[in-house]
Ligand binder design. Structure first.
Ligand SMILES: [Zn+2]
Length: 693
């Protein structure tokens, strides 16, 4: 049944004449006007293949033909074309099938690898600190050169060939059977996974454009701290301090725990954060060193002559950007009937842990009765009642005892530029426990560059390309924050090099999901002080408490993110103002459920400050998952301290299995919050005993 007629080019002709004309001029298009009947096509293809190859191949034939029929569109050809395609492209098990698999693996690495390198180059202007950001840079970053790849693989019937010959597996099958699969079976599963839906390129482009817009918004959202004034006109922060929201603000808040006068600065940062979340922040103070701002009363004056400046608020840009991500995600929904929302795709496809399981893990940490006892300990260590920003308390971390300025001086002297950091990588890796050979190999596969934003790690996708480490390096050298992030990103890079360059099947490159790469990066970040030669001897005892407190904080953030997306799907027509109100309400609700009793204050919106909520499309749950996984992995490394390097490499080379299969093979137990809670309880008892002794 012809569903579409060309009206644009033949508008003056009658429908009949039009079809006639098409028939003579474009014989190949005739297929498009012929019917494709999936039922008949399936039956006839199976029949033909059984005759051709014998009933010994029945199972693969039936499954392959079914998968092909699911993805086949009328535009691919009529019933006869379908049957012919199946006859031509089905490969019986044996050497030829092995060769077919090998070809797929080879070209997948090549295509992904070169596109990855190209995208890295297209983003160079926005990602690297290489001078003023050009209008062109934003345009280039928004351009996804690989946007049409999936379409083209279907148009060339390359995707269909994969689906005819290799099994497409659901999350349910992977969870149930993956434990017994061979490496080759896993690799085949990853091959067909990429063709599980047929989403038009325009949809992917819309997502890239929305993310690029949100990214740029986030990456240029700085607060000039010296220009913040107390109600009585005092400046609490040094000249030149420019902090990106939210990372910079949050990390400065954390750093102030080491300063005896830090409390007033922490309170001021809390006010700034809440102004940002509620969008009460005056537009004039964002990224602008020419005005002074009194956050408490929300007034703005010129930094030059103290005259009043229009305090008009930023409107709802934060929530407009976030909505942009939602609207882009919605475009994909109709093309993926099995995963009809970004929520479903995030959990079932990207994370491969069911949503309920993630939520249960988060709640296990948040609802733990240990929280009240840890909070009491925090308050006693601080010598004051808790305030809401103490969700970011870092006093359990060894670095709490060193002043930020002292740390800055050390890292600046050591790393005047990105090259100095790069040159030090082999030493750092060996101190962490990698062999000289591993360290040299890894260092040779990591490029260090100064970033425009907070920093990130960009892995390679081809064995002979390199991973890229981007971190912020100021004019006076790398400050402690930049260094801390660099060590974290270096962890990502090391994982990326092992899980790409040294993997047995490149189709399995990477880790199960981003939470795992975060976990492995945390293992590095934990040791940043050690790598500076600083004393961390008291760290081990307090470590579970630090991990528990940090996981609890970010688990709350993740719940806010998840509920915000659920709200969006329940209110798809919301405007930015309504969405802002919803997010502020959700953040307060999560706060009231898990934090209010402990902190003695209700309706705090602070959990909604995370910038990744805006541009990350529900990325934040990966952080608490990362903490839990990191804790399990860390315990494993502690038990095998003598072979950290070989274990790290072995674990990274497991590649992209499902999370549960991966953690089982990595540490020998399933994904769980129990090890963290158990260790927290033990550490807590030791501390409480110390206090009463
Ligand atoms: Zn990371």
């Amino acid at each position: 049944m012809p569903t579409r007629r060309p009206t644009t080019t033949c508008g003056v002709l009658s429908a009949a004449a039009c079809l006639l004309l098409m028939g003579c001029q474009m014989p190949t298009a005739e297929a498009e006007t012929m019917p494709f009947d999936p039922e008949t096509a399936r039956e006839r293809a199976v029949e033909a293949l059984l005759v051709q190859h014998g009933t010994g191949h029945q199972e693969r034939i039936r499954r392959g033909v079914e998968q092909l029929a699911q993805i086949w569109r009328e535009s691919d050809g009529h019933t006869e074309a379908f049957v012919q395609f199946a006859r031509d492209e089905f490969v019986p098990a044996g050497d030829l099938l092995n060769d077919t698999f090998e070809r797929f693996e080879f070209v997948s690495e090549s295509m992904d690898g070169y596109f990855n390198a190209m995208l890295r180059d297209l983003r160079r202007g926005v990602d690297l600190d290489i001078g003023p950001l050009l209008p062109l840079d934003r345009r280039l970053a928004a351009f996804n050169a690989a946007a049409h790849l999936s379409d083209d693989l279907f148009a060339g019937k390359i995707a269909q060939t994969a689906l005819l010959n290799f099994p497409l597996t659901s999350l349910r099958e992977k969870l149930a059977q993956g434990g017994t699969w061979t490496r080759r079976q896993w690799a085949e599963a990853r091959l067909t996974d990429r063709f599980d839906a047929r989403v038009p390129a325009s949809v992917g482009q819309a997502m890239t454009a929305a993310a690029a817009s949100a990214d740029t918004y986030i990456n240029s959202y700085n607060i000039y701290m010296h220009h913040l004034l107390t109600p009585d006109g005092r400046r609490l922060f040094p000249e030149g301090l420019r902090l990106i929201s939210h990372w910079g603000l949050r990390d400065e808040l954390k750093a102030q725990y080491a300063d005896p006068d830090g409390l007033s600065r922490q309170r001021m940062i809390r006010t700034v954060m809440e102004r940002i979340i509620r969008q009460e922040i005056p537009a004039a103070v964002i990224n602008n060193p020419l005005v002074d701002w009194r956050p408490a009363e929300n007034s703005v004056t010129s930094a030059d002559d103290d005259t009043a400046v229009d305090p008009a608020r930023e409107d709802d840009e934060r929530y407009r950007q976030w909505l942009g991500m939602f609207h882009a995600a919605q475009l994909a929904d109709i093309h993926q009937p099995d995963q009809p929302s970004l929520i479903a795709r995030r959990f079932n496809v990207d994370r491969e842990i069911p949503e309920e399981e993630v939520e249960a893990l988060l709640e296990a940490v948040l609802a733990s009765p240990l929280a009240g006892r840890v909070a009491k300990l925090v308050a006693s260590r601080l010598g004051r009642p808790l305030e809401p920003f103490d969700i970011w308390y870092v006093g359990f971390k060894p670095r709490g005892k060193y002043a930020e300025a002292d740390l800055d001086a050390r890292t600046r002297a050591r790393y005047p530029d990105a090259a100095a950091y790069a040159a030090d990588i082999p030493r750092m890796l060996q101190e962490l426990g990698f062999s000289r050979k591993q360290a040299t190999f890894l260092a040779g596969h990591i490029v260090v560059e100064p970033s425009r934003g907070a920093g990130h790690a960009m892995g390679a996708a081809r064995r002979d390309d390199k991973a890229h480490l981007r971190t912020r390096v100021g004019a006076g050298g790398m400050d402690y924050k930049g260094y801390n992030i660099a060590v974290h990103e270096m962890g990502h890079n090391v994982e990326q090099v092992f899980s790409m360059t040294l993997i047995d099947h490149t189709l399995l490159q990477g880790v199960p999901n981003t939470a795992f790469t975060e976990a492995l990066a945390f293992v590095f970040q934990e040791r940043d002080m050690e790598l500076l030669g600083l004393d961390t001897s008291d760290a081990a005892d307090l470590k579970p408490l630090e991990a528990f407190w940090a996981t609890r904080e970010i688990a709350g953030v993740a719940l806010v993110d998840m509920r915000a997306w659920r709200w969006l799907y329940a209110h798809p027509d919301a405007n930015p103002a309504a969405f802002r109100q919803a997010v502020v309400g959700i953040a307060a609700e999560v706060w009231n459920t898990y934090h209010a009793d402990i902190f003695g204050v209700r309706d705090v919106p602070l959990l909604a400050i995370y910038s990744h909520m805006v541009d990350g499309a529900m990325y934040t749950p990966d952080y608490p998952l990362g903490h839990l996984i990191a804790f399990q992995i860390e315990e494993h490394f502690n038990a095998h301290r003598d072979r950290f390097g070989t274990e790290f490499e072995r674990i990274c080379r497991l590649g992209r299995l499902t999370p549960n299969a991966w953690i089982q093979q990595a540490v020998g137990s399933p994904l769980s919050a129990k090890p963290l809670l158990k260790a927290t309880a033990a550490a807590l008892s030791r501390q409480e005993k110390d206090q009463t002794d």
